[in-house]
Design a protein around this ligand. Sequence first.
Ligand SMILES: *Cc1c(COP(=O)(O)O)cnc(C)c1O
Length: 411
Amino acid sequence: MGRMDIEALRRDTPGVAHRVHLNNAGAGLLSRRTLRTMTAHLELEAEIGGYEAAERERDRIDRTYADIAELVGGRPAETALFDNSTHAWNAAFYSLSFRPGDRILTGRAEYGSNVLAYLQTARRAGAEIVVVPDDAYGQLDTAALAGMIDERTRLVGVSHVPTGGGLINPAAAIGRITRAAGVPFLLDATQSVGQFPVDVREIGCDMLTATGRKFLRGPRGIGFLWVRPEMLERLDPFVTEIAAATWDGGRGFSWHDGARRFETWEKNYAAVLGLGAAVRQALDLGLTAIGDRALALGAALRSRLAGLPGVTVHDQGEHRCAIVTAKVDGVPAAEVAAALARHGINVSTTSPGHTPFDTEDRGVHPLVRLSPHYYTTEAELDRAAEAIAGLPGRGHAFPSDLTICEENQPK
Ligand SMILES: *Cc1c(COP(=O)(O)O)cnc(C)c1O
């Protein structure tokens, strides 16, 4: 599993001393380096003043944009910072305009907040939401997408990796279709950035959003947007303020260059610098090495769980990531998570409303969601599997549970 010095990486991660952390899809653990970067900036703000601290750290703050650009394969001027991935996504989505009959194409795995935004736009502007079906692996069917794109299509919006499962959607194949059709492609890469290599040049998306706290191991409360420069002309920023535009005198104003026209002026600079440190660390480790190990750990955990009687794994896709979802016969997901927490193991559960189309399609949520990262060990996976194997009340299968064991096979 790669050549990373896992012991050194774990010594640099305070959280692994206390918990088995299998909730990186919720929030990854900060490294000491990231933590020190943030606390040092808070102390500097307290000592010399917030504006003065930002001025002093201007170069490092700018480097955060450059490092994000390097991470996703773009340029610094194409990136903008927000307080989470959702607001980054909103900045892109709500800056498009929709008229009655315009179509938004999305996938079954689309994130709940994005779906709500589509529903609001359908209600407000009369746009139509079209859900592209899954293929035999349970990922977005690119052949179906190619047949559904037409002159009414204003946007293709896809979650690269869903919040509720191990699926990796075929982003680059989707990008080839959207580019050939000239339709904007908004990729929600919140769960994929930091987990494995994600490159906008390879994927061919026009807008990409991600968050700091998940597999990137950055702080909470920060996210970013990348926008292809050609796309800027097609986006009318849905809000403006003094960081986004300049008053030209009289009644005129002009947008700032690049993606920063979507930003707001005030920022949590400790979080900005913390994100920069986390991104730098991921770049130094190498996203290929990170991805190889994280995905191998996901596969190892999936096979441990699949080997337990009465446990069904529900992840879809031809290629699966470090997010592992499962059902334990006779024990509701929330009870599994609570029991694991009593063993010092952090996991979470999926929510029906966080992936509405998937919920309509499969009806399996809530599931237990376990998400290791590269700093997880095989011994920790064993601990989690043993804790699940030892759950009281497990194994009382209901007939309806038996039919879903086939789900991981191509249909
Ligand atoms: C977590 C998540 C989001 C939202 O990210 P925030 O930073 O909480 O706004 C969006 N999309 C997916 C797929 C997610 O998993």
